[in-house]
Design a protein around this ligand. Structure first.
Ligand SMILES: [Fe+2]
Ligand SMILES: [Fe+2]
Length: 183
């Protein structure tokens, strides 16, 4: 029964993921490294997936759709933050300003509700001074930090997670290509 539940939960997660990924602009996150060898795209999927799994494990009652979508879009800033001459270099510290840019981009390309907006704009707390307002935002704020530390120390982060989200060999190949798994 537990395994069946897990399969259903993964399908739910995938349906939200596919919806967000159906916008081609979202896949631009594949071009940029977040930490270590991990792209912004894979980082965002991992933060969303493990936050969702944690809620299931602890039986937390959360707005699942908002939790997943907010996490998928939390780093939707779309530039290489490691570059010396990044477009935002005059606006301030990346850690402080990228949640605002991610929210601007997310609102431009998706319908973003108040919980999703809070998740995106507060995920860098305490660097961004305002604390998260919803429990979904608190969970993403914490999971983002856990995933970021893991990525710094892992050469091939999240391979198991990515393949778990694939139903067939063909899909595994597509996912691997889309998230640059073999880079
Ligand atoms: Fe971030
Ligand atoms: Fe992040």
């Amino acid at each position: 029964m537990k395994i069946k539940n897990r399969v259903v939960e993964d399908l739910v997660f995938k349906s939200y993921l596919e919806e967000v990924m159906s916008n081609k602009k979202y896949l631009k996150m594949n071009r940029y490294i977040q930490h270590g060898n991990t792209t912004c795209l894979l980082h965002s999927i991992a933060v969303a997936y493990f936050s969702y799994r944690l809620c299931k494990l602890l039986k937390l009652r959360v707005h699942e759709k908002e939790l997943i979508r907010g996490a998928l879009l939390h780093d939707y800033f779309l530039y290489d933050w490691h570059a010396k001459y990044k477009p935002t270099k005059d606006l301030g510290l990346h850690g402080r300003i990228h949640p605002t840019i991610a929210l601007f981009n997310a609102r431009r390309d998706y319908d973003v509700n108040r919980i999703e907006a809070d998740i995106i704009s507060k995920h860098m707390f305490p660097l961004t001074f305002k604390p998260p307002k919803y429990k979904e935002s608190v969970i993403i704020c914490i999971m983002d930090k856990i995933c970021s530390i893991y990525e710094v120390f892992s050469k091939k982060a999240y391979i198991e997670m990515a393949f778990k989200l694939a139903d067939s060999k063909k899909e595994r190949r597509i996912i691997a290509r889309r998230i640059n798994l073999y880079n």
